[in-house]
Structures are given as C-alpha cells and as structure tokens.
Design a protein around this ligand. Sequence first.
Ligand code: HEC
Length: 110
Amino acid sequence: MFLNLLPVLVVLCVASTPLAARAATTFELKSVKIDLPDSDRMFPEGPGSDAINNNCLACHSAGMVLNQPALSKQAWTAEVNKMINNYKAPVAPEDVGTIVDYLTALKGAK
Ligand code: HEC
C-alpha cells in the first residue's frame, strides 16, 4: 500500500520545493550591444573608381585591397577572377577590365 503512494509523495515533494530555491537555477537572457569596427574608406577617385567602389566593398574594406603589395596586371586579373570564381563576388563581366586597369594604375608592379 505504501509503495503505491510513493510516486504521489515524490510529486508532492517536488511541487512543494520553495520557489526561491528553484529560481536560483533559472537564468536570464540579456541583449548586449557590440560595436564592430567598420570602415567607410573608399577607393581613391580616378578612372574606374566607381566600378571598384560599386563591386569590391560588399565583403571587405578597401584597405583589404589597398594594403596588398603592388602586383602586375596579370596578378590583378587573377585576383579579381578569384573574387568572382572562388568567393562568388557579383561583378558584372564588363566591369572586370575597368577594375583591373584601375588596380594596375594605382598599385601596379613597376
Ligand atoms: C563576395 C565577397 C567578395 C567580394 C564582392 C570581393 N571580395 Fe575580395 N575577398 C573576399 C574574401 C572572402 C577575401 C579573403 C580571402 C582570404 O582571407 O584569404 C578577400 C580578399 C581580397 C584580397 C586580399 C588578397 C586575397 O586574395 O586574399 C584582395 C586584394 C581582394 N579581395 C580584392 C577584391 C577586389 C578587387 C574585389 C572587386 C572586384 C573584391 N575583392 C570583391 C571576398 C570578396
């Protein structure tokens, strides 16, 4: 008979645990505000700067490009194609030449 009452007893004990004792184990979710560094640096004005500003700032800063060493035209072409083919940069095919010329004029290997 006592064994039949055991489950009832267990339920009663749990239910009667003081609320305060249980509250200690709950946790609160809080929103935090984090300011990530961003950059509004653009590519310097010049022939083709519109094309590069429109196509090359969606994923990274201009600094990512401008801090690279000077490269040959061939290497800049490979770099732009890498952005398009490997990282799926949505660059219009007619802008590729303009961007490569811009980069070669600004940071071409001598
Ligand atoms: C779809 C996103 C995306 C767009 C748009 C994009 N890039 Fe990138 N780019 C990346 C990623 C991702 C990296 C970092 C690769 C790494 O960490 O190795 C990168 C890195 C670079 C680098 C550093 C060298 C390297 O190869 O890692 C250069 C230079 C560069 N991008 C140039 C450009 C130019 C020029 C354009 C415009 C034609 C452009 N990117 C547009 C995604 C993009």
